[in-house]
Design a protein. Structure first.
Length: 411
């Protein structure tokens, strides 16, 4: 297995020793599926936790079957968020399977799930039940809406959370059709909040020896993302729309598009007039003299900008804007971003070897610690790859393992 080297130079000095990963020695029993929960547990795994991924025999995590792929259940969607984990494929509908899991959880540090409200409890793995045998257990749950309220019964899904939370409603102008954000914004944000909650609970346990519940919801995460806008709405009755700023926008060029943020200078319209090589300084026109007037005249301003940007290339205009100290960027495709030298400079692409797929390229964790950065120790597991290994570690003898296999509980 290989990974782009992210070790700091000071640790490569003679005699220097890298610190152990921050979560080394922490065991996480991971019931999560799809993206929100697995993104959280992968982050924990990247920093050293032993993630035991509980999967359904035969089917596994839903993400294993989300898209038809030549590698079947070991497809890139699954591989992207399940590295540094071991797979235990066990039937939790059978008492023998639940008994094995309770044996593991009794020694674990964290249990994580992202089922609908009440599902993990009905499986026999609720906090009250598990904490009786493991006082220090961190029991973490990510749901769509929480355990109370009118939507508690609803399933959590990214686009649904976008719609309920107000994120989907917010766009540059009412004329733009409503649409789903095409990246799983809610899942990822909630997953990172789930990981943060687990770390906070582990720190509390360090101080007190006591475990606790950690609960996050997609609804809350999306609402919290809008904290500035919400505070303005609650206290001033005014909706802030950052995309509505009169000197900002996305504009087509002769070979693509660029994004302009016309702010953060004393007189951005003056600098923009210079960058666009306009005949006169728009900031000196009476109709554009103040920010309020610029808001009122946004359509005419944007028409001038669009006409100019359409006359030359993205690279040309980005440089012109850069020379005037105006924030800008080309509108890249994901393919372009992955090939961007900044991506390489930030060590954001890592590799791991998988027994079926071969070399797997993935995105690295975005957090860098100078002494003990994230590591890719293993690629995402095959379904049930570690069944025997894990059970033996927790004292299950071979005869019992053979019986569990014969009975279809373990497969």
């Amino acid at each position: 297995m290989s990974i782009t080297d992210t070790r700091p130079n000071d640790l490569s000095e003679p005699g220097a020793t890298a610190l152990p990963l921050p979560l080394a020695g922490i065991t996480v029993v991971d019931f999560t599926q799809v993206f929100m929960g697995p993104s959280a547990t992968q982050m924990l795994g990247d920093f050293g936790a032993d993630i035991i991924k509980i999967e359904r025999p035969g089917l596994g995590d839903i993400a294993r079957n989300s898209f038809p792929d030549k590698d079947g259940q070991d497809n890139p969607i699954f591989l992207s968020i399940n590295r540094n984990k071991r797979s235990l494929s066990i039937d939790t509908r059978e008492e023998e399977g639940r008994a094995v899991l309770r044996r593991i959880i009794a020694e674990a540090d964290v249990v994580v799930s992202n089922f609908r409200h009440g599902v993990i409890e009905r499986m026999g793995f609720g906090y009250e039940e598990l904490s009786r045998e493991n006082r220090g257990l961190i029991w973490a749950s990510g749901t769509g809406f929480g355990n109370e309220g009118p939507y508690a019964h609803k399933g959590g899904q990214d686009a649904i959370a976008q719609a309920y939370s107000g994120v989907m409603w917010r766009r540059e102008s009412p004329e733009i059709p409503l649409s789903m954000y095409p990246t799983t914004l809610c899942d990822y944000t909630t997953g990172m909040h789930l990981a943060q909650g687990i770390l906070l609970a582990l720190r509390t346990r360090d101080l007190t020896g006591q475990g606790q519940k950690v609960e996050v919801t997609m609804y809350d995460s999306m609402l919290h993302m809008q904290m500035q806008e919400a505070c303005m709405q609650l206290n001033r009755g005014y909706e802030v729309n950052w995309a509505e700023m009169p000197l900002s926008g996305v504009f087509e060029t002769t070979d693509g598009a660029l994004c302009l943020v016309g702010g953060f200078t004393q007189n951005p319209l003056h600098h923009l007039s210079r960058a666009l090589d306009l005949e006169d300084d728009l900031s000196e026109r009476p109709e554009y003299a103040t920010l309020e007037q610029q808001f009122a005249q946004k359509p005419s301003l944007q028409k001038i900008f669009a006409a100019k940007f359409a006359t030359n290339t993205t690279a040309y205009w980005c440089q012109r804007l850069e020379d005037e100290g105006l924030l800008n960027a080309p509108v890249n495709s994901l393919e372009q971003t992955l090939a961007d030298p900044q991506t390489a400079a930030n060590n954001m692409i890592v590799e791991a070897e998988h027994p079926v797929v071969g070399t797997v390229k993935m995105l690295n964790a975005p957090i860098r610690l100078s002494a003990n950065p994230p590591e890719v120790r293993r690629a995402a597991p095959q379904l049930g790859e570690h069944n025997v290994e894990i059970l033996r570690e927790y004292g299950v003898d071979d005869a019992t393992i053979e019986k569990l296999c014969a009975d279809g509980v373990l497969r």
